[in-house]
Design a protein around this ligand. Structure first.
Ligand code: MSK
Length: 631
């Protein structure tokens, strides 16, 4: 494609797939949204409390307190904290799994250390002796230290030291430094138990703190040690959108978050024995493609195509050409069970954390990873003969995408433009110079999911188009990255034509797209590091940099945890969906006002469900930060 794909074209492709589904009586999220509409007003406002069995209590003008006497602000605040803790727990448990895999590494085992330099760098950062140690001895020692971050009885998260001094001081003064991750999650659930906290200030304070334990703890370990295990991403070209499914090949979709599984599936899909098996059943080969954050993980390390994001997960099955959809944890629709039964697709679950009816369960573990992955690939290949050719419908929609902009890669690419001698870790100064000179107006970190409350991908794509036209560079992760990829915004050739003159020049000089793919949900921790580096290199506190965060279509608990740690790091954060808090004026003030969290962390949230206005407010915020800096 020599232009961006429009949201209307994406919808037309989805509609043709829904027609395919109708032929076999398939259900769809589009139908289920209709069944669930209108949503419960109490739930939407956050004013329903069911944390004990005296209720549920619902707050109305006539009944302003629950049976225990808790007012609406306590109820909304408790719900918000519980929501955040759920997200922090999920993200951080993903990070914990990665640490266990690191502990299993060996020279001849299922997993090796692919980035020893990074391992040594982190070991030194954590004051672990590196001299004279075998790399696997060191890996095991670092893994144990990382696992202790979840439950150590004393002290704070190790990675907090990476933040600029100013940020660390703010956290210290406000009592926001997170202790052990599990402790913060438990403390949150203890605080929200019946008869504990009902004071908005305390509940929101803990929401930031448990969020920080995720962002600067569990998620950061998930990211950093995935890089150690599977390689730190570098820019790589791939393709995206539903047209990456191949009509004549065995299609295996990997979906979820934990790269330990998908890495192995990718490995065995390239196994000559498996390819020969695929040919023996009449396929031309094996095609792996990803959905959701697993797609981001394997795209940025292996150039594996990205078939779609959160609300496209049913689409891959609806093509009738999916031999297996293999999932690990998080963001997996239980609907995939019955849907896969309408087609020949094998729906394979692999984690005891995500057990789903109507799936085939192959328990995956680091010890047996190789044989598990081989068995799954074989199952998919052998399923090719069951495909019903009359049901195959793969919309012809495919884009080019350049992915894999880790902080290391961004620094190298941009420093490389300014200084051709740079071949090691550089600085963010060239990026800062672009911003201070006005060539770039600022940056937006766009993240998060799809949510049927917003026309799917519309907010991501239209906001990105608006921002790049205004010379604002974008870093993306999670399903926002996939939305960008599906539209063509990660294509350096196509997307630069939609930029303002300054950003276009930067893209041409550095040969980058204006939207930089940073990875999966846990990789938002990369954005924290980038913001910190920008602050350290400029001497400007994070909150004063013309950089903001945005999750226009978010839906999950993890996204709220992310929002809390992004804002608590000093980045003003813009949401397109209300986090069930509008029922409490006090909680809204704490999150979005001038007298709430802003006095602790110098940043706050803006919630704006009108997407056009959301974009205007981000640009306004960036321009006002520039004006305050006198640039
Ligand atoms: S997968 S949390 S729908 S971004 Fe990370 Fe996408 Fe949101 Fe899941």
């Amino acid at each position: 494609m020599d232009r961006l794909i429009t949201v209307e074209e994406l919808e037309a492709a989805t509609n043709s797939l829904l027609e395919n589904g109708k032929k076999v009586g398939a259900d769809s999220w589009q139908q289920r949204v209709k069944n669930q509409t209108p949503h419960c007003g109490f739930g939407e406002a956050g004013t329903c409390c069911r944390i004990c069995s005296m209720g549920p209590c619902r707050i109305t003008p006539k009944a302003p307190r629950g049976i225990c006497g808790c007012d609406v602000h306590g109820i909304v605040g408790r719900n918000y904290l519980k929501f955040t803790a759920g997200g922090a727990a999920a993200h951080s448990d993903h990070g914990r799994e990665i640490m266990h895999v690191l502990h299993q590494t060996s020279a001849d085992g299922n997993y090796q250390v692919k980035d020893p330099e990074k391992l040594i760098r982190i070991a030194k950062e954590w004051n672990i002796e590196t001299e004279g140690k075998d790399i696997y001895e060191l890996a095991h020692e670092v893994a144990v230290a990382g696992l202790m971050e979840y439950g150590k009885p004393f002290g704070y998260q190790n990675f907090l030291n990476r933040a600029p001094e100013h940020t660390q001081k703010l956290w210290e003064e406000a009592g926001l430094r997170p202790e052990a991750i599990d402790r913060e999650v438990s403390r949150s659930l203890h605080m929200t138990h019946m008869g504990c906290s009902s004071m908005p200030e305390a509940l929101i304070h803990q929401a930031l703190r448990v969020g920080l334990s995720d962002g600067w703890g569990g998620s950061m370990m998930g990211t950093e040690f995935s890089d150690v295990l599977f390689g730190t991403p570098k820019p790589v070209d791939t393709t995206a959108n539903i047209g990456v499914m191949e009509k004549d090949m065995v299609n295996i979709i990997v979906h979820g978050h934990d790269p330990s599984l998908s890495e192995m599936i990718v490995h065995y899909a390239n196994d000559p024995e498996m390819i020969a098996l695929a040919k023996s059943v009449g396929a031309k080969g094996i095609n792996i493609a990803g959905v959701c954050c697993t797609a981001n993980e394997v795209a940025m390390r292996h150039g594996i195509p990205m078939a779609g994001n959160f609300l496209s997960q049913e689409n891959v099955v609806l093509t009738g050409a999916c031999e297996a959809i293999v999932v690990d944890v998080q963001c997996i629709f239980p609907a995939l069970g019955p849907l896969s039964k309408c087609f020949h697709t094998k729906f394979v679950t692999t984690s005891p954390i995500a057990r789903i009816p109507d799936s085939e369960f192959v328990q995956f573990s680091a010890e047996t990873a190789g044989e598990n992955a081989k068995a799954i690939v074989k199952m998919a290949v052998e399923n090719f003969v069951n495909r019903k050719t009359e049901l195959v419908n793969i919309p012809d929609q495919k884009t080019n995408a350049r992915v894999g902009y880790s902080v290391e890669a961004i620094v190298k690419v941009l420093d490389g433009v300014a200084n051709s001698q740079v071949d090691t870790y550089g600085t963010t100064k060239p990026l800062l110079e672009c911003v201070t000179s006005g060539v770039l107006r600022g940056a937006v970190a766009m993240v998060g999911c799809n949510n049927p409350k917003i026309r799917p991908d519309y907010a991501h794509i239209e906001l990105m188009k608006k921002l790049i036209a205004n010379d604002i560079i974008i870093i993306v992760s999670g399903c926002s990255a996939q939305a960008a990829a599906k539209a063509g915004l990660l294509d350096p050739v196509v997307a630069k034509e939609y930029c303002g003159a300054g950003l276009k020049r930067v893209c041409e000089l550095a040969n980058i797209p204006p939207v930089l793919h940073m990875g999966s949900c846990v990789d938002i921790s990369r954005m924290l590091i980038l913001a910190s580096e920008l602050s350290k290199d400029s001497g400007i506190p994070i909150a004063q940099l013309p950089v903001v965060g945005c999750a226009p279509e978010w839906m999950s608990e993890k996204a709220v945890s992310i929002g809390n740690y992004v804002v608590a790091t000093g980045l003003d954060t813009f949401l397109g969906v209300d986090p069930y808090v509008r029922g409490s004026s006090e909680i809204c003030e704490w999150l979005t006002g001038e007298t709430g969290i802003k006095k602790w962390v110098e940043a706050n949230f803006t919630v704006e469900t009108d997407i056009e206005k959301l974009g205007d407010k981000m640009i306004e915020c960036i321009e006002s930060k520039r004006a305050a800096l006198g640039i």
